[in-house]
Design a protein around this ligand. Structure first.
Ligand SMILES: *Cc1c(COP(=O)(O)O)cnc(C)c1O
Length: 445
């Protein structure tokens, strides 16, 4: 048994009293190791990421058939990587940020189908399950043209099966829309934080939405129990799924290609600093895992979480991972950032990130909207508030002494930082309806 008393928890890392006081913090991970040391002993590796990438390639003809908006990319679901120099200047002038080098926005907010980073892991997991079912039943082989999966006969076959998932919103959208496109019956178990428009959109896709008065953890528990009781049902396990994780990790291979196309070097002399909003940990963890495989010690990965729901930070700074919740630290777990409204982190992801993550930042809810408006004002790009947590990374890292100390320890000299690339990983936004966007404009003003 571990001692979860507040007194014992707060002693585990100097940052924790400030986390428990819901302050905005910058935490540098004392457990960070070199990629060369950290990666080889891990359960998953580059071969698994490449296997996931190959599977997405096999499915491209099917995706293209079902989601014509992916045709320009040949059925691959990928997002733009966009320089945002005006936002960079605004962060420096208005927020005191120090951002040498260039700031780019990875617009997973604009991924096809789900309009969020969940289009990576969520859709990948549904496709992997689909491939397994079809192959087990002798309906598919790896060399087939996967467009055949879109036929009415195949749809009929898949309609005998159910897919279920627990979600704060965006994972439900991704799994729901993808599963419905294959032909499955879909049940999404939504936590109390989930936005009404996300439930409405899912129902419009024929997805059964079950709402709970409780938080994300409870929605997952109920969903899992219902799915386990039905032999024809498959449960997407956001907290432990290796499939989801690998689907996210493929982002790194795609990013490598995009950076090369834009003539952006990443190496010891040209470091890459990435900030990704974090909920249960699967999406940012998978992306960061992929990035460490591709760029090694040249990439520095930071997660960003709400001050009231910093579950991954709580797990990592205490070393207790999924055994600790933000409620154990006296926090509410409640946040407007619905994609990040998670009280207990994935134990699996926490373990993987222990030697790989550079650190974390936390951000108070009102600032999510401030950043959201700043990006609209400077670049005319809309992100959902959750995604705007990403800006807290570049805004805070080098502004704070601890961040500058980290840079010094890592050999990030002034010259190297001048050659650096910062990526704010924008995790969602494209599907937010116009009236909701309008309402966001005046939040916390
Ligand atoms: C889900 C989500 C995240 C974080 O992903 P996790 O896998 O829950 O950590 C970040 N931003 C948005 C917009 C999301 O929907």
């Amino acid at each position: 048994m571990c001692d979860l008393s507040m007194e014992s928890l707060l002693k585990k890392d100097p940052v924790l009293p400030r986390v428990a006081a819901a302050e905005e913090v910058l935490w540098l991970n004392p457990g960070l190791q070199s990629a060369e040391t950290a990666l080889p002993p891990m359960e998953l590796g580059m071969a698994d990421i490449l296997d996931a990438e190959a599977r997405l390639q096999r499915f491209a003809p099917f995706i293209r058939e079902r989601f014509p908006e992916t045709a320009p990319r040949g059925g691959l679901i990928e997002s733009p990587l966009t320089p945002i120099p005006r936002m960079q200047r605004l962060l420096e002038e208005r927020f005191g940020a120090v951002i040498p080098g260039r700031l780019l926005l990875k617009q997973d907010s604009h991924l096809a189908i789900a309009g969020s980073v969940k289009a990576r892991g969520g859709i990948y997991e549904v496709l992997k399950h689909t491939e397994e079912l079809a192959m087990e039943n002798g309906l598919l082989s790896e060399t087939d043209d996967y467009a055949k999966l879109a036929s009415p006969e195949m749809r009929e076959f898949f309609s005998r099966y159910t897919v279920q998932v627990g979600s704060t919103g965006n994972l439900g959208l991704s799994i729901g829309i993808a599963s419905a496109a294959v032909g499955y019956k879909v049940i999404v178990h939504m936590s109390v934080d989930a936005k009404q428009w996300k439930k409405d959109l899912l129902r419009a896709h024929g997805v059964q939405v079950i709402e709970y008065e409780a938080d994300y953890g409870e929605a997952v528990k109920q969903g899992r129990a219902r799915s386990d009781a039905d032999p024809m049902s498959y449960f997407v396990d956001d907290e432990n799924s290796r499939n989801l994780f690998l689907g996210y990790a493929v982002a790194a291979l795609r990013l490598r290609q995009q950076l090369a196309e834009q003539n952006v070097a990443v190496d010891r002399e040209h470091p890459l600093l990435v900030a990704i909003p974090c909920g249960v940990g699967g999406a940012p963890g998978g992306v960061a895992f992929g990035l460490k495989h591709v760029f090694g010690d040249s990439v520095h990965c930071f997660f960003a979480e709400p001050t009231q729901a910093p579950c991954m930070l709580a797990g990592m700074a205490t070393g207790l991972h999924s055994k600790v919740s933000v409620q154990d630290l006296g926090l509410t777990g409640l946040t407007e950032a619905d994609g990040l409204a998670v009280g207990r982190p994935s134990g699996f992801v926490g373990g993987v990130m222990e030697p790989l993550l550079s650190g974390e930042v936390t951000i108070a809810d009102p600032k999510l909207y401030t950043f959201m408006r700043a990006l609209l004002e400077s670049e005319n790009i809309f992100l959902e508030p959750s995604a705007c947590a990403a800006f807290q990374g570049p805004a805070e890292l080098l502004r704070q002494q601890e961040g500058r100390d980290y840079a010094a320890r890592q050999g990030l000299t002034a010259e190297r930082l001048a050659n650096s690339t910062h990526i704010a990983w924008a995790t969602g936004g494209a599907l937010v309806p116009e009236d909701i966007r309008k309402a966001y404009q005046t939040m916390y003003l």
